[in-house]
Ligand binder design. Structure first.
Ligand code: GDP
Ligand code: 5AD
Length: 691
């Protein structure tokens, strides 16, 4: 069956989980006693009205736009990010999910940023920081004649701050910490989360420069720089001690921090780097593969650090960062979907692709057979998928959602109150928004396309190209009505012929026709977020991810679930069973009892026909390389980035993770995170009791 949202009232259109648990716990307004004082219908009305009020400023009918926005949300066709749902129309009018603020190499600034981040957490946003500007541990501090503590120590301070704030707010704090691969403390950074419990409020990623990555590929040494001087780091006593096991053996104080000790038996070739790696006073260089192995090992152990491809993100930025170095990007927000300039914020909203299926779509296998039987059609997969989507997707609906969604997000930029003047100013100049998707996996199931197959990769590319072009066109139209973003003159849009390939990809337009520049309202338009909670509100699969499973425990926090684990059934899965005359109640009960006893192992362990089980591949059933290929296909037409977890099996080895990193770099992704099943306790999603 095709997925449709039915029900006369808003309450009827929501699942019980959304209506009874998620919305009341975190989104519906409460009075001072903590009693809910709003219905779901009133929530969407509040958000639509507050955002559409901006239309008035542009001489438009705010009521009319409010109605359209409300309709869009109450039919679950489009969902804005959590802070918009929580805060629009309230005193705390901060509506963005994503921020980047990075401390300078200055004690005062380090603590200013901590205070600023605290204010952002209060409003429900997540913060990314680049710590690359901080001088390395052991470096001089002239004012005091002391030695510097280094980025990782300050990260612990931020971690504590975040831990403290989260107790008070509606949401946990979420932080991203980044350090450039050519920062002298990168080794310490790579092992900073090796012990569970450390830096728990941080995701970490190494910001890999092109120079570093090429040195990895060529198995060469690369130079590490001291950000205080901009010169190659002169190896200090601390640096030498940290990196040289020989020192560690003679100094019991730093054995704990020794990066080699645990690796000797585990990582082939690591011994070659033991001992006399660094000499105090010399220019610091490291074998790139040594740092690479530390990264890969960390990801294998417990998913950290991830890899951020810094130069790729800058090359794809809307500004030529060589000509305008102030626009250089150093970090992303916590889940990676938004590389942002310092003090930039971004608000997100997601098209629910699962609802964009045509009324009676062909099944991909049948279509392919029909297509192959047509002598004139040829065997070009792109063309076949193009023709298939024409029949299978409701493009009128998709275009309408993307157009309205883009307009909604541009209004949010104006409507949002930011906690800091610097952010207000930067966002006002750049007006970045992030239109993305949820429900991609559920769309594929309805079309009979297997997640991770060649056809699915092509579907991803074509649908995202469509959304990107509609969003761009909308932003272009908005520019005619409201003007271009203030920093437009500095952007690639002002000079399309200098960036023809980039321009053509994002706009679908011919650069030669826009020699004097392409007016546009927002410097960035698209981004694929995890949609961790918002996809549960809309009852669909998250972001561009495969289904985690058809039933699982979801650990969203005690405020929502109480003491009991929250069991999520994929609603669409149940509907497919029903349509195929399967006894749904019996399957539900069997699934619950299998889950409880720890014997559940995917849809094929349930009493249902194999053909139905095959329609629902789980994240773990998708091959590593196919995860990366889907991510890369989305990235091609996304000007922000893609949040994606590449799942690998518990018994995958480190090489498998290195392969995923290399493939992601080859396919022009901006970053990648690999998660090995079961490598952390307290997983958010799990099919193990207490997993
Ligand atoms: P959703 O809107 O709640 O579904 O959030 P997403 O899962 O799509 O995440 C989008 C962005 O919101 C992330 O990259 C973070 O910047 C931010 N974010 C996500 N979860 C949290 C959270 O629990 N706390 C805070 N403070 N920010 C979060
Ligand atoms: N870089 C990018 N994304 C990350 N996530 C976790 N750690 C990182 C990282 N270092 C993302 C996952 C998932 C979301 C919940 O958080 O990939 O999309």
């Amino acid at each position: 069956p095709v997925k449709r949202v039915t029900g006369e009232t808003v309450a009827e259109r929501l699942t019980e989980n959304a209506r009874e648990r998620i919305l009341p716990a975190r989104y519906l307004l409460k009075d001072e006693q903590g009693e809910v004082v709003e219905t779901p219908a009133e929530l969407f009305e509040r958000v639509a009205t507050a955002v559409a009020a901006v239309e008035e400023e542009h001489g438009n009918d705010a009521d009319r736009w409010a109605e359209r926005f409300e309709e869009l949300m109450t039919h679950l066709e489009f969902v804005p990010n959590s802070p918009t749902l929580m805060n629009a129309g309230t005193e705390l009018g901060q509506l963005s999910a994503c921020f980047v603020i990075s401390p300078d190499d200055d004690l005062g600034d380090i603590f200013d940023v901590a205070r600023q981040a605290a204010e952002i957490f209060q409003s429900g946003g997540g913060v990314g920081y680049s710590f690359s500007a901080l001088r390395p541990k052991g470096d001089v501090v002239q004012e005091t004649g002391g030695i510097a503590s280094g980025p990782v120590s300050f990260m612990s301070v931020y971690d504590q701050m975040c831990e403290t704030i989260k107790a008070g707010g509606k949401r946990r704090g979420a932080q991203m910490g980044m350090l450039r691969a050519d920062h002298p403390d990168v080794g310490r950074f790579c092992v900073a989360k090796r012990e569970e419990g450390r830096l728990e409020n941080f995701n970490l990623s190494v910001a890999a420069t092109r120079e570093f990555y090429e040195a990895v590929q060529d198995d060469e040494e690369y130079t590490l720089y001291n950000p205080r001087t901009g010169e190659p780091h002169e190896v200090t006593e601390w640096t030498a001690r940290f990196y040289n096991e020989s020192y560690a053996e003679t100094d019991p104080d730093i054995v704990e921090e020794n990066v080699w000790r645990d690796y000797a038996d585990e990582i082939p070739g690591i011994e070659a780097y033991r001992g006399d790696l660094l000499t105090e006073g010399e220019e610091m260089t490291l074998p790139a593969r040594f740092v690479w192995r530390l990264m890969v090992d960390g990801a294998w152990r417990n998913g950290e650090p991830g890899l951020f491809l810094l130069d790729q993100a800058n090359a794809e930025h809307s500004f030529d960062v060589d000509a305008y170095p102030d626009h250089r990007i150093e970090a992303t927000n916590p889940c990676g979907e938004q590389p942002l300039e310092d003090y930039e914020a971004c608000n997100l909203g997601h098209v629910n692709l699962s609802l964009c299926v045509a009324d009676d779509p062909p099944h991909w296998d049948d279509f392919r057979e029909r297509w192959d039987g047509d002598a004139e059609a040829g065997d070009d997969l792109d063309a076949a998928v193009d023709a298939f989507l024409d029949e299978a997707v409701d493009f009128d609906r998709l275009d309408r959602i993307a157009r309205l969604g883009t307009r909604f997000l541009d209004d949010v930029v104006t409507a949002s109150d930011f906690p800091l003047d610097e952010i207000e100013e930067t966002v006002g100049r750049l007006r970045k928004v992030g239109l993305g998707v949820m429900g991609f996996a559920e769309l594929l199931v309805q079309l009979g396309v297997r997640y991770g197959s060649d056809a699915s990769v092509e579907v991803a590319r074509q649908l995202m190209a469509r959304i990107d072009h509609v969003a761009t066109q909308t932003s272009h139209d908005l520019a005619a009505e409201r003007g271009v973003f203030p920093a437009w003159e500095e952007s690639k849009y002002a000079d399309p012929t200098a960036h023809p390939e980039w321009f053509r990809r994002h706009t679908g337009e011919d650069p030669a026709e826009w020699e004097d520049g392409y007016p546009i309202r927002n410097h960035g338009l698209t981004s694929i977020a995890p949609t961790g909670t918002t996809s549960m509100i809309a009852d669909t699969s998250a972001g561009c991810e495969p289904l985690y499973d058809v039933v699982y425990f979801k650990n969203v926090g005690r405020d929502v679930q109480g003491a009991e684990p929250l069991v999520e059934f994929d609603d669409y899965f149940l509907r497919v069973l029903e349509a195929n005359d399967v006894d749904v109640e019996a399957v539900r009960n069997e699934a619950l009892s299998l889950l409880e006893s720890g014997a559940y192992d995917g849809p094929s362990s349930l009493p249902i026909p194999d053909e139905l089980a095959d329609l629902f591949p789980r994240a773990r059933d998708v091959d590593m390389a196919d995860h990366v290929r889907v991510q890369a296909a989305f990235q091609e037409h996304v000007d922000g980035a893609v949040s994606k977890t590449v799942n690998v099996a518990h018994d995958a080895d480190r090489e498998r993770i290195a392969d995923a990193y290399h493939l992601a770099a080859d396919l022009a992704c901006k970053g990648v995170t690999v998660y090995r099943s079961g490598s952390r306790s307290g997983q958010v999603l799990s099919t193990e009791p207490e997993g």
